[in-house]
Design a protein around this ligand. Structure first.
Ligand SMILES: *Cc1c(COP(=O)(O)O)cnc(C)c1O
Length: 416
């Protein structure tokens, strides 16, 4: 199909041209004396994205799932108890991984569409006087339901219970897009990947680790080889990796971190919030509901839109893709068919998102959803017009003056 494919799944996200160009490299020797000049500053600057001064950043040639595994297998031992809420596909998958690694998971079953139940986490921690629970698994942004939970609240609950469990947070679809503060929130393990807020292709598992979590490494007895933080730390100290890193992705990550820091993390978060609010205005104008039950849980990176009874969300997605070249996210597991998801994270602005909303609107109408044509697009437009930064606030150079007709020059007297 001519024109661009409109990529509105919540990861992978659009890769900005600057990153694409940065990744377009001939391969280099990853044992060369020059290599640490690339790797060491990337590892250092990742800490600014995690917002940690004391913690350490790790990069694996993997995906978010790899970083999940690295977080668990370097800090825990077989049979250790961990506490986790299950309220969507991703929290479910992390629980499943923990069980398959040999951990015992105390599961807090929670309605899909609700946020992580801090009060129930708190109760379970308070009841655990013997401190058998070694880690709390917490999904910051549940991408399956478009729900963001309160990491700071989870930290307060741990502190109030004076419980020493590690706080392991899945930030795969939040870090670099939604406010995330590893040190302030006492996050011990911050899990992410390259293909969401970092605007890169998939291929990196990225992990932030606190000193407290690192101190568990020696006593943690789960098996680990590829994800061993000890091997990684030893090599990273001199700017190298224990095995072959993905060179294009490291160059891309360098550019991605620069892009995020140039825009300013607070501006990045504000932009995501504003784009999300416009999307939510569209959903409201369509007369549809989000999967997220309460505004305090609304995600600024993904909106999961419930389709009306009698409509198959998968059909909306199929029509959007085949007829309009628009990729929307599917309903996962128990949400299959009941919703579609609009990813609004990464390298995105209002007009790109209007394209996605327009396509969703067309596909929904084709699939039989009774919505007013243009209603969602109009609501989003009006929201973004109302909240647009004033022209004078934008740090763009003023428009170049239009070329003026040259003032008529006095004619030199023509010699007679
Ligand atoms: C995408 C995602 C993952 C899985 O990451 P992969 O890179 O696909 O391995 C885990 N958790 C959340 C919240 C995600 O959005």
């Amino acid at each position: 199909m001519p024109g661009r494919n409109f990529l509105f799944v919540p990861g992978p996200t659009n890769v900005p041209d600057r990153i694409l160009r940065a990744m377009h490299r001939a391969m280099e020797d990853h044992r060369s004396p020059d290599f640490p000049k690339l790797a060491a500053p990337v590892l250092r600057d990742l800490k600014k994205i995690f917002k940690t001064a004391d913690g350490q950043a790790f990069i694996f040639p993997a995906s978010g799932t790899g970083a999940w595994e690295a977080a668990l297998c370097n800090t825990l031992s077989p049979g250790d108890r961990v506490l986790a809420a299950r309220f969507g596909m991703f929290s479910q998958l992390w629980i499943d991984m923990a069980q398959r690694l040999g951990l015992t998971v105390d599961i807090l079953e929670t309605e899909w569409g609700e946020g992580a139940p801090i009060d129930r986490y708190a109760e379970a921690l308070a009841a655990d006087k013997a401190h058998a629970i070694k880690a709390v698994l917490f999904t910051h942004n549940e991408t399956a339901t478009g729900v963001t939970s309160d990491v700071a609240g989870m930290r307060t609950a741990l502190d109030d219970a004076k419980h020493p469990a590690l706080l392991a947070v899945d930030g795969v679809s939040s870090i670099g897009s939604i406010d995330f503060r590893m040190d302030d929130w006492g996050v011990d393990l911050a899990v992410t990947g390259s293909q969401k807020g970092f605007m890169l292709p998939a291929g990196l598992g990225i992990l932030g680790v606190s000193q407290k979590a690192l101190s568990k490494y020696e006593s943690a007895k789960l098996n680990r080889v590829f994800f061993d933080l000890g091997d990684m730390t030893k090599q990273n100290a001199t700017g190298y990796f224990p095995y072959t890193p993905s060179l294009p992705l490291l160059y891309g990550l360098r550019e991605s971190i620069d892009l995020l820091l140039e825009e300013g993390l607070d501006n990045v978060f504000a932009r995501h919030h504003r784009l999300a609010e416009g999307t939510r205005a569209a959903v409201k104008a369509w007369g549809l509901e989000l999967c997220a039950r309460q505004p305090k849980w609304y995600s600024d990176t993904v909106s999961a839109v419930m389709v009306p009874a009698g409509i198959n969300g998968a059909e909306v997605i199929d029509i959007a893709y085949r007829r309009y070249d628009l990729a929307l996210g599917a309903g996962l597991a128990r949400m299959a068919g009941r919703l579609f998801r609009i990813g609004h994270l990464g390298d995105l602005n209002e007009l790109m998102l209007l394209g996605g909303l327009a396509g969703a609107e067309m596909a929904m109408r084709d699939a039989g959803v009774k919505i007013e044509p243009g209603s969602g697009v109009a609501a989003a437009e009006e929201y973004w017009r109302r909240t647009a930064p004033k022209l004078e606030q934008r740090e763009l150079p003023a428009r170049a003056p239009e070329p003026q007709a040259a003032a008529p020059k006095a004619r030199a007297a023509v010699p007679a």
